[in-house]
Design a protein around this ligand. Structure first.
Ligand code: NAD
Length: 284
């Protein structure tokens, strides 16, 4: 039986950062519906209060906790961990999911680089390092799900700080899984959630209606749960525009830059446009 099945079968505890909106809130609802106690950790304010209300409507007040947390600040994560352990005793699912995506360029404001790396990358690293030791020590099955991005794998031009942060999440989570599976007595596993295009606070902009290409947060979470049930580490989500096969070709081309000694990001290099197009259309 996979970890997720054993965890969902009992009234266990899930902590979700960035849990007041989008993918995180959908995951919190899904875990709450399964009977788990859920803790959403997010920046405070109305959004967190509203999300708590939505969760309480699903699960009642006893199984829901909302904690104002800034994941870019390690001491805020430590306070969160202490208060969760105090209230619920043990944590079984940690979803390091909080993320931001302000536009950056290589030489744009220092503050943008600092905040993206602080939230998206250090938030994941420190979330794991703060919660991990007690999750391992209690000895029950546990999961750490870190939300990465395709942008951390194929690293398209446009937002280098975001790409760097998500590439770091991928590398960290791979190392984490290696550590967990080789630790004596560990019943924990790590998983990298790689969403496609999902209609959330991050991608909405001025739009009020979901574009046809995007998935909903709920679809993404359904896909995540099915993947976890299979025991997948890489939870590579499609969307309504991009099928898994297209992602596979894009990723193969990206690693091919090194193997074939092409320039980096050759997918967006004018001299390689035709070759990339032909590669995409090649049968595998
Ligand atoms: P969202 O904006 O709806 O949710 C992100 C949440 O993170 C928000 O509630 C926000 O308040 C919270 N947050 C931001 N900074 C924080 C901080 N310092 N401390 C605590 N919480 C903080 O967006 P979403 O799309 O649901 O994002 C969830 C994750 O999915 C992110 O890591 C994002 O990078 C990733 N992702 C999203 C997409 C997509 O298409 N939406 C694609 C790939 C990856």
């Amino acid at each position: 039986m996979t970890n997720i099945q054993q965890i969902l079968d009992k009234p266990n505890v899930a902590v979700i950062t960035g849990g007041a909106s989008g993918i995180g809130l959908a995951a919190a609802k899904r875990f709450a519906k399964a009977g788990m106690s859920v803790v959403i950790a997010d920046l405070g304010g109305d959004r967190l209060a509203a999300a708590r209300g939505e969760l309480e409507a699903v699960a009642g007040t006893q199984r829901v906790m909302a904690v104002e947390t800034d994941v870019s600040d390690r001491s805020s994560l430590e306070t969160l961990e202490k208060s969760v352990v105090q209230r619920f005793g043990r944590v079984h699912v940690l979803m390091n999911n909080a993320g931001i995506g302000p536009e950056t360029s290589i030489f744009s404001a220092q503050a943008d680089w600092d905040s993206i790396l602080g939230v998206n990358l250090l938030g994941v690293i420190n979330g794991t390092r703060v919660f991990g030791p007690n999750m391992l020590a209690h000895g029950e099955p546990g999961l750490i799900i870190n939300t990465g991005s395709k942008q951390g794998i194929t690293t398209p031009p446009g937002n280098p700080a975001y790409n760097v942060s998500k590439a770091g999440v991928k590398v960290f989570t791979e190392a984490l899984e290696h550590e967990l599976r080789n630790r004596e007595g560990s019943k924990m596993s790590a998983h990298l959630l790689i969403p496609g295009f999902v209609f959330t606070g991050l991608t909405k902009g001025d739009r009020t209606e979901k574009p046809a290409a995007a998935w909903t947060p709920e679809q993404t979470v359904d896909f995540m749960i099915e993947s976890l049930k299979r025991g997948d580490f890489y939870i590579l989500c499609p969307d309504n525009d991009v099928a898994r096969q297209v992602d596979e070709r894009r990723m193969a081309w990206a690693i091919g830059d090194i193997i074939e000694n092409r320039p980096p990001l050759s997918r967006w290099h004018k001299d390689y446009a035709d070759r990339f197009k032909a590669f995409l259309e090649e049968k595998r």
